[in-house]
Ligand binder design. Structure first.
Ligand SMILES: Cc1cc2nc3c(=O)[nH]c(=O)nc-3n(C[C@H](O)[C@H](O)[C@H](O)COP(=O)(O)OP(=O)(O)OC[C@H]3O[C@@H](n4cnc5c(N)ncnc54)[C@H](O)[C@@H]3O)c2cc1C
Length: 406
């Protein structure tokens, strides 16, 4: 049985829209109000994926999928069984939005335009009768018995039988939740690239290396493509490591040493052997034209210069210690990070509502009945590739079911 008061969704981003639509799908008779403080809802969806919107990732095994979430992986396992990437693809297809998969697994609308997603959400919201309150922020919330009393920025008050909190990484949203008794894990940035002002590789901006392993002195090692930029290092491996090490890097004020392994498929001894074999069989050759692994030629030369190794001398004349040094630096090459920069302005926040205070079967608060959560407001974030939107769809879908309806 539904009470007379509406269900209110706070926040008109990806999670809020999906939660509101799920709510109308599961409870068509409910009055659903979506409150968005800005003029333009779905603002991040619009600019996402460089304007193409990377909707999800073609990773259909929940167990594999969760490895892409530095925070929230354990908690999302059950929810992904309820609503994962396949359900996302089907949901959009049912509404005429077809997705395509790129080589690296990222999924986009076939139109290559985020407008397709916006139009779908606006059209659906209109069709099912979601009431949109735009330019109306919620400033204050009080629980009064079984209902919520909400104070809007304009001074109006509304009552709600249930609340879905989808305010993303808004400090105001977290403050309201804190005042309701929830714990907010301190927010810090995730998904950023590393400025290396002293890097000798800055002039090689634009070069991509397919397979590099990046790590800090301790913690996770991440393997994948690396992109050299005019400010330092970027690319999937760097972004992924920034997400997994977001808290540690914040604690170090983004000043530390990153280690690159240019040859992650090789052991040190194998590299040394390759170099000694070059010396033995091609003593007339120079290092300039002979790299023991597959690296772009200008990068290889820049590395040798940086390691102060002459590449013009014949290898037969070089002492063995030079070959040992090259092998060692290929496996562990340190660079000093000075700060952080965003990549295509794409970032997420690590931190948010403490996950132990949420029931992930329903997305309901364990502290306050009838209060639900969806999206980045939670202490959940993923690496790049469509994983952050998948979190928004999954948690929005479940929260919108309002399983504990009164
Ligand atoms: C440039 C950029 C590109 C991105 N590209 C991708 C991508 O391609 N794929 C991907 O998976 N992820 C991407 N992300 C991450 C993704 O956009 C976010 O994880 C996702 O938008 C989070 O959705 P959300 O609904 O939880 O929060 P948000 O999208 O931040 O929405 C929260 C909404 O709540 C509103 N709000 C806040 N407080 C109040 C209040 N008190 N009252 C009323 N309304 C309020 C805000 O105005 C906002 O509209 C990108 C992020 C950025 C910044």
């Amino acid at each position: 049985m539904l009470g007379e008061d509406p269900i209110v969704v706070i926040g008109g981003g990806a999670a809020g829209f999906f939660a509101a639509l799920s709510c109308k799908e599961h409870h068509p008779e409910a009055r659903v109000i979506l409150v968005e403080k800005s003029k333009k809802p779905l603002a991040k969806v619009k600019i996402s994926g460089g304007g193409r919107c990377n909707v999800t990732h073609a990773c259909f095994s929940p167990r594999e999928l969760i490895s892409n979430y530095p925070r929230g992986s354990k908690e999302l396992l059950g929810p992904f069984h309820q609503f994962g990437p396949q359900e996302t693809v089907d949901w959009f297809a049912k509404r005429g939005v077809l997705l395509k998969t790129e080589e690296d697994g990222r999924m986009f609308p076939i139109t290559d335009s985020s407008e397709t997603i916006l139009n779908c959400f606006f059209g659906e919201a209109d069709k099912v009768g979601i009431e949109l309150l735009l330019q109306e922020g919620i400033d204050h919330i009080e629980k009064q018995g079984e209902r919520f009393s909400l104070s809007l920025h304009s001074g109006k008050q509304i009552q709600a039988s249930s609340l879905i909190f989808a305010t993303g990484s808004s400090f105001q949203g977290w403050e309201m939740l804190r005042s309701l008794g929830h714990t907010i894990t301190p927010p810090v940035p995730s998904l950023f690239t590393y400025p290396i002002p002293t890097s000798p590789l800055l002039s090689l901006s634009g070069i991509a290396v397919e397979d590099v392993e990046v790590s800090f002195s301790k913690g996770k090692k991440v393997r994948g493509p690396l992109l050299l930029t005019h400010w330092g290092f970027s690319g999937p491996a760097v972004l992924k490591l920034s997400a997994f090490e977001a808290r540690n890097l914040h604690a170090l004020n983004y000043h530390t040493t990153v280690f690159l392994n240019w040859a992650p498929s090789y052991k040190l001894a194998m590299l040394e052997e390759k170099l000694f074999s070059l010396k033995k069989h091609h003593p007339q050759a120079t290092l300039a034209t002979h790299c023991p692994i597959s690296l772009p030629k200008n990068l290889w030369r820049a590395l040798l210069l940086h390691w102060e190794i002459s590449f013009a001398r014949k290898v037969g004349t070089l002492p063995d210690k030079i070959f040992r040094k090259i092998a060692a630096r290929l496996i562990q090459d340190p660079y000093q990070i000075e700060g952080k920069t965003t990549y295509k302005q794409e970032f997420v926040t690590c931190g948010g509502v403490a996950l132990s205070e949420v029931d992930f079967q329903t997305m309901e608060s364990r502290l306050i009945p009838q209060l639900y959560f969806a999206g980045e407001v939670l202490d959940i974030d993923g690496v790049t590739g469509g994983f952050n939107f998948q979190n928004a769809w999954t948690t929005g879908w479940i929260a919108g079911q309002i399983k504990n309806i009164v």
